[in-house]
Each structure stands twice: as structure tokens, then as C-alpha cells.
Design a protein around this ligand. Structure first.
Ligand SMILES: Nc1ncnc2c1ncn2[C@@H]1O[C@H](COP(=O)(O)OP(=O)(O)OP(=O)(O)O)[C@@H](O)[C@H]1O
Ligand SMILES: [Mg+2]
Length: 305
């Protein structure tokens, strides 16, 4: 029992920590090398290595909320950080990542881009002036890729604003000679498709929800080998897989939160492993969506609604 052979060797010492430390470990933010995420990162690497040419390829990374799009972008940024050269005083930023502004207003897009480039404070001046500054900064900082997250925020704008925003995207994609990567939900994909020229330029990569197949089995099996529980859990059994999908609809963030919740409960209760009963307790605090669905199912079972 003391050597925790059900865990991978680097994770065994964690199982010996105190309850509070183990719970903190379970809840900590970490990167997990999921199949789809790894594929997306490989695609990004490939684009980054693309030699400059007139029409650079562009990528749309799309998937439902909570599927890990922002997580992938953050990981890619960590792999390609900005670098300040003390000798020359020059900062190079191979990958520039920005968020969509709340409204798809051209000026705000450039302000966000300037913020991503580390330019402090809002800049005055017309949009075309900001555009010029962005363009020359991107060049002088050696940017080789521009990423825009939350691209679906453009749908918050009026039809006219959306058209203008698509023009901005088209300008960035054509003019910068760096690959443009956009991330967002499926609605973003549909919005990009309304512009034939952009539809032509963008390759789409879909982060799919988890289904009952080998990938999910592998994910659950590998979680069982890293969670600091003192007894072995058989997480990859058919019953547990089914239950996990029922409770999460296959959305990555919900799967992680669910497993996190049952693992913490396993520590608190002293059971020290996850088993089918872990998913059936009344105290299971789940994300709102899943709870609503569970309640609906309950009502249906009772013949209401
Ligand atoms: N590869 C991963 N490793 C570890 N945790 C992950 C991974 N992918 C997703 N997650 C978990 O899912 C959560 C949501 O991921 P993220 O914020 O990247 O989703 P998103 O697709 O950007 O959603 P939204 O469309 O709402 O912005 C993360 O905070 C993390 O807890
Ligand atoms: Mg996100």
C-alpha cells in the first residue's frame, strides 16, 4: 500500500501527502497532453514554420465552449515565449495572441492587438493610424503568427460591424504575411464562411466532444494513474465511461471538473479510490448545465414534462 504502484512513478510521492495538499494538487491548473490538443499544437507548429509567402495559410480552431481552445493557445504561447535581448534592447515575439474585444469595432481590435504586443495604454488616433502602428510593430518584433481567440464575439456586433470586422480579418490575413489563427465556437466558423475569400483561406480544425471510444478510455485510464488517491481506481470501465458521458455530454472541462470532484470526495470520505458509487452520491456538485439536464431526466422519469 505504501508504494502506490497503481500510480505512475513520478506521481507516487503525491499520494503520501496530507489530504489538504492532495486536494490542492487535484485542483491545480495543469496542462494534459490530450490527443486532440496534441494534434492542434502540431498543426500550429507546422504553421509557425511556414515560410512567408503571399497567401499564408490560416487556421480556425473551433469547438464548443470548454473544449480547451484557450488552453491550447496558452500552451503554444508558453512553448514560444517573447524574448527580450538585453544587448540590443529588442523584444521578439514569435507568436502574438490577442482576445477579441467585446464588440467587433475596428479601433478596439487594434487596441487589443497593441495590448498583446505589450504597448501600454490606449493609443489615440484613427483606426488607420493604429493599423499602421500594429503592422510595423508586428514586423519589428518578428511576429510569425497572429492568434485571435474568442472570434465568435464578433457576432455581438450589428451586421454592418460584422462585415467591417471580417474586412479587418481579411486585411490581417492578406497583409501581414504571417499565418492567422482564429479560435472560437462553431458560430464563428459559420460567420467566417459568410466571407467567400476568408472561407477559402481558412483551414478548419474541430475539437470534438468526447464519445464512448478508445480516446475516452485512455483519458480516464491515464487520470487514474496520476490522481493522488491511495487505492487503485478502475476509471475506464464501461459503466463509469457511460456515467461520465451522461453527466458531462463529453465536454472536456466538465469531465475534468467531474473527476476532480469525485477524487476530492474520495479523499474526504477516506474511500481513497473512485468507483461507480462515486458518481451516484447526492452531494455531487456539478456544473449548472449538467445539473439542469440531470433534473430534467429526473422529471421525465417521474412522468412530468
Ligand atoms: N489539455 C488540457 N489540459 C488540462 N486541462 C484542460 C485541457 N483542455 C481543457 N482543459 C480544462 O478545460 C477548461 C476549459 O478550457 P478552455 O478555457 O481552453 O476552453 P475553451 O474551448 O477556450 O472554451 P471557451 O469557448 O468558453 O473559451 C480549462 O480551464 C481546463 O480546466
Ligand atoms: Mg476560450
Amino acid at each position: 500500500m505504501s508504494d502506490f504502484v497503481h500510480l505512475l512513478p513520478p506521481y507516487r510521492p503525491h499520494a503520501a501527502l496530507s489530504d489538504a495538499e492532495r486536494i490542492a494538487w487535484i485542483r491545480a491548473d495543469r496542462w494534459l497532453d490530450l490527443d486532440q490538443a496534441r494534434l492542434a499544437l502540431a498543426r500550429l507548429e507546422d504553421l509557425l514554420a511556414y515560410p512567408p509567402r503571399d497567401r499564408m495559410p490560416c487556421l480556425l480552431l473551433y469547438g464548443d465552449t470548454g473544449m480547451g481552445k484557450t488552453k491550447i493557445i496558452r500552451k503554444f504561447l508558453r512553448d514560444h515565449p517573447a524574448c527580450f535581448d538585453k544587448g540590443t534592447g529588442v523584444t521578439t515575439m514569435p507568436v502574438v495572441a490577442m482576445q477579441m474585444p467585446a464588440e467587433p469595432v475596428e479601433r478596439d481590435v487594434y487596441s487589443e492587438l497593441l495590448a498583446a504586443l505589450g504597448v501600454p495604454g490606449p493609443l489615440d488616433g484613427a483606426a488607420h493610424r493604429q493599423k499602421e502602428i500594429c503592422r510595423s510593430l508586428l514586423r519589428s518584433m518578428g511576429a510569425r503568427m497572429l492568434i485571435i481567440d474568442e472570434i465568435h464575439a464578433m457576432l455581438a456586433g450589428s451586421f454592418r460591424q460584422q462585415r467591417i470586422f471580417l474586412n479587418v480579418i481579411r486585411f490581417l490575413a492578406n497583409d501581414l504575411r504571417v499565418p492567422l489563427v482564429c479560435a472560437g465556437t462553431d458560430l464563428a466558423r459559420q460567420a467566417l464562411l459568410t466571407d467567400p475569400q476568408l472561407a477559402e483561406r481558412f483551414e478548419a480544425l474541430h475539437l470534438r466532444r468526447w464519445t464512448n471510444n478508445g480516446h475516452l478510455t485512455q483519458l480516464l485510464a491515464s487520470l487514474a494513474t496520476i490522481l493522488p488517491l491511495r487505492r487503485p481506481s478502475a476509471l475506464e470501465t464501461t459503466a463509469i465511461r457511460k456515467r461520465v458521458l451522461e453527466l458531462t455530454d463529453g465536454v472536456t472541462v466538465r469531465i475534468f471538473r467531474l473527476i476532480e470532484t469525485v477524487a476530492v470526495e474520495a479523499i474526504r470520505s477516506g474511500v481513497e479510490c473512485i468507483n461507480p458509487d462515486s458518481f451516484d452520491t447526492e452531494e455531487l456538485v456539478l456544473p449548472l448545465v449538467a445539473m439542469t439536464r440531470a433534473a430534467e431526466r429526473g422529471l421525465q422519469r417521474r412522468g412530468v414534462g
